[in-house]
Ligand binder design. Structure first.
Ligand SMILES: Cc1ncc(COP(=O)(O)O)c(C=O)c1O
Length: 268
């Protein structure tokens, strides 16, 4: 069989959205109730949608964006909601709580922002380091190169420890670098999508905390959040950045970042 490209056009998609919304009360029950229905915030929940099926399409077999389930796709069939409306508050609150759960933090502050994973690098480079300050990048593949490039574009002075192909940076290499120089940031790609190398996030967090407690540890989790374990609080990771189109399994492009509000001990 010849594979077909995804054929749900924007027009077909909006028709699918319109039908249940304009239909009877029973068809509306497939969706979160709209603000216009004046239901209490507690009823703003995603209802299980049993009949919606996305059209046959060419299977996406890449690290991301990944296939999205029918329920998740259908949950997007929801009228725009004002971000300043009372109905938005519990939904946003749920999103924040759930992101905290995914990365095992009780103190991290999630930021949910429209953009791709690259915007996470940009947020880090533009907010957490000043031109001329030092950053250390543990490079285990192509996405490490790009993170470095982004930090340098903002004027950071970046040193890289480049692991050999297919390997992660070792604890001994990290310790040696931290003893030589003070770094504002220590950044690493948790899973580098280009090489599939998984770095030991616990080792990185704990080593930095022990040797260089004033450095902020930044984990690029675009390819690992909701796929690999990340114990943000327990492992002393200060920033986790990610995007929605991989492990979180929804369509692009909300981008998520979770930061410890206080920074590491002694960083203020
Ligand atoms: C590890 C990693 N970091 C960052 C990015 C950049 O994310 P995006 O393509 O969503 O901008 C990717 C994209 O594949 C990635 O795999």
């Amino acid at each position: 069989m010849v594979p077909r490209f995804f054929s749900l056009t924007p027009v077909a998609s909006s028709l699918r959205i319109a039908r249940p919304l304009l239909g009877s009360a029973s068809s509306i029950s497939f969706l979160r109730p709209s603000a216009a229905l004046s239901l209490p915030p507690s009823s703003l929940v995603v209802r299980k949608m049993s009949t919606f099926k996305q059209e046959p399409h060419k299977l996406l077999v890449i690290p991301g964006p990944i296939e999205v389930s029918d329920d998740v796709l259908y949950a997007n069939a929801y009228p725009p909601l004002a971000h300043t409306s009372p109905e938005f508050i519990p939904i946003f609150g749920d999103c924040i709580r759930m992101i905290r759960d995914v990365v095992y933090t009780t103190t991290g502050q999630p930021f949910l922002i429209a953009g791709s994973g690259t915007l996470g690098w940009d947020q880090v480079a533009s907010n957490l380091i000043e031109p001329g300050e030092n950053a250390l990048l543990l490079n285990s593949g192509y996405f490490g190169d790009s993170f470095t490039e982004c930090l340098r574009a903002y004027g950071a002075n970046v040193d890289e420890i480049r692991a050999s192909f297919g390997k992660a940076v070792t604890q001994a290499e990290l310790e040696q670098a931290l003893k030589k120089k003070a770094y504002k940031l220590v950044c690493f790609t948790h899973v580098d999508t280009s090489t599939a190398v998984l770095s030991d996030a616990q080792m990185v967090g704990e080593t930095v905390r022990r040797i260089s407690p004033n450095s902020l540890v930044v984990l690029d989790g675009v390819c690992s959040v909701a796929s690999e374990e990340i114990q943000m609080d327990a492992w002393a990771i200060d920033v986790v950045l990610t995007a929605s189109q991989k492990g979180l399994g929804r369509s692009s492009w909300p981008q998520h970042r979770c930061s410890e509000p206080e920074g590491p001990p002694g960083s203020r």
